[in-house]
Ligand binder design. Sequence first.
Ligand code: KG4
Ligand code: ZN
Length: 354
Amino acid sequence: MGEQLILAVETSCDETSAAVLRGTRELLGHVILSQDVHALYGGVVPEIASRQHLAAIDDVVAGTLREAGVELGDIDIVAATAGPGLIGALLVGVTYAKSLAWSLAKPFVAVHHMEAHLFAAELEHAGAHPPFVGLLVSGGHTLLLWVPEWGRYELLGETRDDAAGESFDKVAKILGLGYPGGPVIQKIAAEGDPNAFAFPRPMLARNQAPGDDDYYTFSFSGLKTSVLTRVRELQANGTLEARRADVAASFQAAVVDVLTSKLIRAVREKECPRVVLGGGVAASRALRDSIAANLAPDGELFAPSIRLATDNAAMIARAAAYHFAKGDVAGLDVTARADLPFPGLVRRGVASAC
Ligand code: KG4
Ligand code: ZN
């Protein structure tokens, strides 16, 4: 045990990815193919995503095995993202991986995409294990979690409308910057003033006591609307071009402020200054810097590199290693689910123990 070879595939959204992991940390091969075509439409087009996964998956897996220097016959476990995500896209990976597992007579492990995002940092930082406060910020989800041990997740807060990454994507569209929004906003925000516009910090001013219902709740759609209103004003008086970087910087500062504040609330309540970041927005330099500054001097922030923050199969393999060790092997009747529930997630009431 421990030296088994896992082949994992990820096809939940617009990255076709495969990875070969030896044991729990040794990444032998990893290929991520991003479907750039969606930039043409300003967002992911599900039908196109499914077709592109189908066209690419065989080559992506073959390339990964080649990079790892192993053959299909060497693989001990096959894993795939079973959800949440786009159903047609998920089905490509799950069906491919199940068929492979069946033909190799090897176990198949079904992985929850967001739980896997939580495992990503641990591939690069040995210390990124529980207990910790986890912040998962992706294009579809915003989850603040207390993680006393792998497999037990207390949901402290989530978003009531848009996800953090989704707000970056929508604001980028409003500013005419293309898709995905996070990286372009980060780039032009570097030339802007984060204090130029006082955008709202949703869900921060009220709900300030730990017992309040929305103490940890996020909301980003009002912030997006506020940016839209301001952009229309700037457009009307012909100054949008000159102020675009200021809008991007001020918007980014508002999101970072809210995420950091709620995260620090959790760190205080759980008396645990150990934080693990995951999901595409974890690639945000502004977010990492803000959290690190607020955790200093004795806190620890574990954030994956950009490649492992955004969607990838390495994190799927890592999560599969954990589940396989627990005996969570899926039958071949398991299928993809767009709304797969987060395994081990409870609403409230897990004691802190850091
Ligand atoms: O985890 P991910 O690759 O896919 C999902 O599971 O959704 O996250 C993608 C999201 C997109 O919304 C993208 O705009 C955002 O991550 N993102 C960023 C940055 N890089 C990617 N958001 C803010 N700053 C970034 N540097
Ligand atoms: Zn993701």
